[in-house]
Design a binder for this molecule. Structure first.
Ligand SMILES: [Zn+2]
Length: 302
């Protein structure tokens, strides 16, 4: 995550006996706070700033992205929304938000796990939802989803303005916020168009979610924290360069490795555990306890 929700002053407040932030600080800083609501509202506005401007025909753009493995198709999947519109206008932006729950994934109680907010003209929506379903199935093989739903916001064009002409496709960042796919605690997931090509993006963001849910103290503590020793950074680097960028990202990146069943070195796992990283483990099925059901998957639900 890279959100501005957690105030820097949190890092100087007194710690509990276990070295973590006291619970009431966490609740005060997130639950129902005006800052938090403003941050969410701001991100939603930023997500609408991306757009596409084209001076060549839709047919020609279609040809540029026809091969799904081409550079353009992989880098700018959002162009699909542009070519599939019912309009001949040369500029397209996001329109309105709609919201619905993802019907395929429910808690055993019948409550939906995901509430999805999307632009009705987003051609990548179904691809995103398919990814989310697959990723959820994968995660739930090893982890129980905590009770309570997750709000997912899909961005049609992200924070990028794409200019398409005879010379090719150029992207320009038009969002003030650095809009990458992002988790905002306690349960908001912002998803950018490029994530439709990378399932691991969803697992990574859900890694932040599981971290925040399973060890909120450690999660908020680490949110604005950097490595204090080179030795720790070196261990993180074994996972990925992004993992080495901060302890929070380290947790999310290791979570991806666990979910995709890649090998994780012992020292990596020790550090992950020490930082409150969510650990695999399924609770026994008890009457009245949640668990999730995913349509069309035999035995994958918790
Ligand atoms: Zn992250």
């Amino acid at each position: 995550m890279s959100g501005g929700v957690v105030r820097p002053s949190l890092l100087t407040v007194p710690r509990g006996h276990d070295g973590h932030l006291p619970r009431h600080y966490i609740q005060e800083s997130v639950a129902d706070s005006a800052t938090h609501a403003r941050h969410i509202a701001n991100l939603l506005e930023e997500m609408k700033k991306g757009h596409v401007t084209a001076s060549i025909s839709r047919q020609r753009i279609m040809e540029l992205i026809a091969d799904r493995n081409s550079h353009y198709a992989r880098s700018y999947p959002q162009l699909l929304s542009y070519v599939r519109r019912d309009s001949d206008r040369r500029v397209d932006r996001s329109t309105s938000w709609e919201s619905e729950s993802l019907p395929d994934i429910q808690f055993a109680s019948g409550a939906p796990l995901y509430q999805v907010h999307y632009d009705p003209t987003d051609a990548l929506r179904d691809e995103h939802l398919g990814n989310l379903t697959r990723v959820t199935r994968m995660i739930s093989e090893q982890f129980d989803f905590p009770p309570g739903g997750i709000k997912v916001y899909l961005s049609k064009y992200g924070g990028i303005a794409l200019h398409v002409d005879e010379e090719g496709i150029r992207g320009e960042v038009v969002s003030e916020d650095d809009l990458t796919s992002e988790f905002v605690p306690p349960n908001h997931l912002f998803v950018m168009p490029y994530a439709s090509k990378r399932e691991s993006s969803y697992v990574h963001e859900l890694g932040h979610y599981f971290h925040a849910q399973s060890h909120p103290g450690a999660f908020y503590d680490l949110s604005r924290t950097t490595w204090v020793s080179d030795a720790s950074r070196e261990i993180a680097k074994k996972v990925s360069d992004y993992a080495a960028s901060s302890p929070s990202e380290f947790i999310a990146e290791v979570f991806v490795k666990i979910v995709t069943r890649e090998n994780v070195d012992i020292d990596v796992m020790e550090m992950y555990r020490a930082l409150g990283g969510p650990l695999p483990g399924k609770r026994p099925r008890l009457p009245g306890w949640g668990g999730i059901r995913i349509s069309g998957s035999a035995g994958a639900a918790g």
